[in-house]
Design a protein around this ligand. Structure first.
Ligand SMILES: [Zn+2]
Length: 115
């Protein structure tokens, strides 16, 4: 399975990582033969999902439709906020403490953000 990337911040989202996925496809209506496009999968990491939901409505009817769906998810349960919060804590943990030798700790390989 291919790795996916957050549409907003380009963060890599491995399979099974907490994220919000949107599926979109188009199909003809009232036209024979009926045609249906392949489904596109669009992903957002938890931080971007929460940030988008809290932010002002975007421009464009499609964007507003997607924004409303994300807002519904973020607003209906705190689990997504929690996931974003956990990710932020992980990023803070990567920063070197002030007054140390200044050698930043690197995230060694994948899995640092696993919960
Ligand atoms: Zn993101």
């Amino acid at each position: 399975m291919e790795n996916l990337y957050c549409l907003r911040c380009n963060r890599e989202l491995e399979a099974g990582r907490k994220s919000v996925a949107m599926y979109m496809f188009a199909q003809t209506v009232g036209i024979r033969p009926r045609q249906k496009s392949a489904a596109q999968r669009i992903c957002f990491c938890p931080q971007c999902s929460v940030s988008l939901a809290m932010g002002p409505p975007p421009e464009g009817a499609l964007n507003v439709a997607a924004w409303n769906m994300i807002r519904e998810l973020v607003g209906s349960d705190p689990a997504l906020n929690q996931a974003a919060w956990e990710n932020l804590r992980g990023v803070v943990g990567l920063l070197p403490a002030t007054g140390t030798d200044g050698v930043p700790r690197r995230a060694s390989g994948e899995g640092y953000f696993e919960f």
